[in-house]
Design a protein around this ligand. Structure first.
Ligand code: ZN
Length: 154
């Protein structure tokens, strides 16, 4: 990766960790998932409200932890808000491949969340970046109720 690009990516990550978007919780959420990454100490609470067609009408997160986990959550909520359920699942799979696959497929539809790609070089950080996404994966699967996920069990 070009150094200038890397610097730009770091700026986006810092910006999102300092000024997280969609921060908070949805009072009438359809589903809430608490995510825990004991390795780093990151905590994330994702709440999603689905519309009548099952699309992600609203998504918010709250939490505390390292810059990577918070920025990843912030970028994720921006990416998933308004998406149909099957689109959201597809985005999750593409992002997971970007961070975890041996040979990631070109992630054309990821937009801003591609900035997390640099995290691949740091295996412990991958858990931080994946934490909010693991919570969302569970939320998309369960559709309603309250659940907990951990990076240390799957
Ligand atoms: Zn972390």
């Amino acid at each position: 990766m070009e150094p200038e690009i890397e610097e730009l990516y770091q700026e986006i990550i810092l910006d999102h960790s300092r000024r997280p978007r969609n921060f908070g919780s949805i009072p009438d959420a359809s589903v809430c998932v608490h995510g825990n990454n004991p390795v780093c100490g990151d905590q994330i609470d994702i709440s999603i409200k689905f519309d009548l067609c099952g699309a992600v009408e609203d998504i918010k997160f709250a939490g505390r932890g390292c810059a990577i986990s918070q920025a990843s959550a912030s970028l994720m909520t921006m990416k998933l808000k308004g998406k149909a359920a099957d689109q959201a699942v597809k985005i999750f799979q593409t992002f997971r491949d970007l961070l975890l696959a041996v040979r990631p497929t070109p992630a054309e539809n990821l937009g801003d969340i591609r900035v997390m790609e640099g995290v691949r070089q740091f295996p412990l950080r991958v858990k931080c970046a994946m934490l909010p996404w693991r919570a969302v994966e569970e939320a998309l699967k369960q559709r309603s109720g309250k659940f907990t996920v951990s990076t240390e069990s799957d």
